[in-house]
Ligand binder design. Structure first.
Ligand SMILES: [Ca+2]
Ligand SMILES: [Ca+2]
Length: 322
């Protein structure tokens, strides 16, 4: 009995330490205009996307992020019936390999080799993990195929451009040669593309990421997502990685400063069961009907003075003058 009480107390503490907002997040990708992948968020380009924000309330793998000027995210998601798109507008006060030297982690002197021995995620970067089947069995991570995958977009290196040029890279599991080769094929065929560019003033960067439904969203063997399937949930996780100066990540693996996750929990965030949900929406977003206008409680002023100087009129005038 005593043991049961203790267990219950321990469970309560665990629940308290992992607030519900960090688990099972959902995003909705609606149809929208095709964006231009150039690392610039043009006016209106992403207005029809679903917006989401981070990373103070995301799940930290390393040092928790407390200051939005240190690291924060304004992100967008939509699709155009053929491809799924994400844009990441990242605020990051120190850009690794641009504002700093290209220092290496003690764990891997080959971190920047663009091979299976390298660390593709080493740098300022984002990772997308998708489970298109939305099914899992136990504690498995992604398979590294159209059903489930993990890819990287790094600010300062890429498969197409090499070290020094940001963009898309093969992700995990690197130990699996089949996964690596599949990812390589997706990049070479442009089934997956990512544009990465520092923002003017260099206090952050933009990533614009495109993912072909076929071959990257394989919901059943040989069957890829299409809007004809209607609205469909998929597993989704996102990581935002932050390297600054080496000393800032003291004590963390690879001297990472931050690695914050959209969903899950520390150390298990790559397991499919910890993913959040991405709803692929087949129809345009329909806003809810407007609420009936509230009845004004205060009587409008009726003095002759107020009538003569209508505030509406003067606003129009001043805006015209501008
Ligand atoms: Ca753009
Ligand atoms: Ca950084």
């Amino acid at each position: 009995m005593k043991r049961l009480v203790l267990l219950a107390a321990a469970a309560a503490i665990l629940c308290a330490e992992q607030p519900e907002k960090q688990m099972n997040r959902s995003l909705y990708a609606f149809p929208g205009k095709t964006p231009v992948l150039d690392g610039v968020i043009e006016k209106g380009e992403w207005d029809d996307a679903t917006q989401f924000f981070g990373v103070q309330d995301w799940v930290p793998q390393f040092s928790p992020t407390a200051n939005p000027a240190d690291l924060s995210l304004h992100a967008y998601v939509k699709h155009d019936g053929k491809r799924l798109y994400f844009a990441f507008d990242v605020t990051d006060d120190v850009l690794y390999g641009i504002d700093t030297e290209r220092w290496l982690p003690t764990q891997n002197p080959k971190a920047h080799d663009l091979t299976r021995e390298g660390f593709p995620w080493f740098g300022d970067e984002a990772e997308i993990l998708i489970n298109a089947t939305n099914r899992y069995q136990a504690e498995e991570s992604v398979a590294g195929n159209g059903h489930s995958w993990q890819m990287v977009c790094n600010l300062t290196k890429s498969r197409p451009g090499g070290v020094g040029s940001g963009g898309i890279l093969e992700g995990e599991p690197r130990r699996d040669e089949n996964a690596w080769n599949t990812y390589r094929k997706w990049i070479d065929s442009k089934a997956m593309e990512c544009a990465a560019k520092p923002k003017p003033g260099r206090k952050g960067y933009i990533l614009e990421w495109a993912i072909d439904f076929d071959p990257c969203l394989e919901v059943e063997p040989g069957k890829f997502y299409s809007t004809a399937m209607g609205n469909k949930p998929m597993g989704l996780n996102i990581a935002l990685g932050d390297l600054d100066e080496k000393e800032k990540g003291e004590g963390n693996f690879g001297n990472f400063h931050h690695e914050d996750w959209f969903s899950g929990a520390k150390n298990v965030r790559t397991q499919l069961r910890h993913f959040g949900t991405l709803w692929m929406m087949s129809d345009l977003y329909t806003p809810p009907p407007p609420k009936p206008a509230a009845v004004k409680k205060t009587k409008p002023k009726t003095s002759s003075k107020a009538k003569k100087t209508s505030p509406k009129k003067s606003t129009t005038k001043s805006s015209k003058q501008r």
